[in-house]
Design a protein around this ligand. Structure first.
Ligand SMILES: *[C@@H]1O[C@H](CO)[C@@H](O)[C@H](O)[C@H]1NC(C)=O
Ligand SMILES: [Cu+2]
Length: 233
């Protein structure tokens, strides 16, 4: 009897050791979000920084954020990580609020004091996406030490990126591990009418029935640019 119980004990000890070893081996993955709706094509890539957490963030806007479209007094577009994924038919309202695990709220965020910002308030910490004549924006990269790749309440995985025009949600896309990004469901014309409320400025982007075929073509272009984006990181 004594022999048997000590055998069981040692098995249990091995099992718990293995478990710990596995959890220490988790390597944060690069995360990415592709947005392709309402004429807005944008890629966001979040790469873990080597020390002390945080992320290198790369933002590439290929089209859609034009000066003609921008209605905010700042001439820019806000963008954030929102807590939930995008809803069926690219429903950006389903994304919920900003990722804010420490409940700081939106009001206090200024770029000079990023520690007072919501984790997900990327434009608050790093500046809005500045509208251009063509709607394309040269790729920008920055470090954000507040972004997490783990933790149930803190991780950016499984959430979404939402782009706003003067507050209105105009485009959104889910955040996936980068190696799954080539199978990202790209935006569709269905999402156009659900992008936000009010959606008047969405319509002015030429969405609707005629946009359907165009979007299908762009979906392939988005998959291609992801791999280009990784190499340029
Ligand atoms: C921009 O947002 C502000 C604040 O909600 C609002 O008062 C203003 O009318 C908006 N501007 C346009 C052009 O929609
Ligand atoms: Cu937002």
């Amino acid at each position: 009897m004594i022999l048997k119980s000590s055998f069981i004990l040692s098995v249990a000890a091995v099992a718990s050791y293995t478990c710990q070893a596995q959890s220490q081996l988790v390597v944060p993955q690069i995360m990415a979000s592709a947005i392709n709706m309402n004429g807005i094509e944008a890629n966001f890539v979040f790469s873990p920084l080597s020390n002390n957490g945080g992320a290198r963030v790369r933002v590439e806007v290929k089209s859609g954020l034009s000066k003609k479209f921008a209605v905010s007094p700042t001439g820019g577009f806000e963008y954030h990580i929102h807590v939930k994924p995008v809803g069926p038919g690219n429903d950006c309202t389903a994304a919920g609020g900003h990722l804010d695990p420490t409940n700081v709220g939106a009001a206090k965020c200024v770029a000079a004091k990023p520690d007072r910002c919501q984790e997900g308030d990327l434009s608050g910490k790093h500046g809005e996406l500045k509208a251009t004549e063509t709607g394309a924006i040269a790729p920008i990269s920055y470090n954000d030490k507040y972004i997490h790749f783990s933790g149930e309440t803190t991780t950016i995985a499984g959430r979404s990126v939402v782009i706003h025009n003067n507050g209105t949600r105009v485009a959104c896309g889910n955040i996936y591990p980068f190696d799954q990004a080539s199978s990202l469901p790209s935006g569709s014309s269905e999402g156009a009418s659900k992008a936000g409320s009010p959606d008047g400025d969405v319509r002015s982007q030429g969405s609707g029935a005629s946009g359907g075929q165009l979007v299908a073509t762009m979906a392939m272009a988005v998959a291609g640019t992801f791999f280009g984006a990784l190499m340029a990181l």
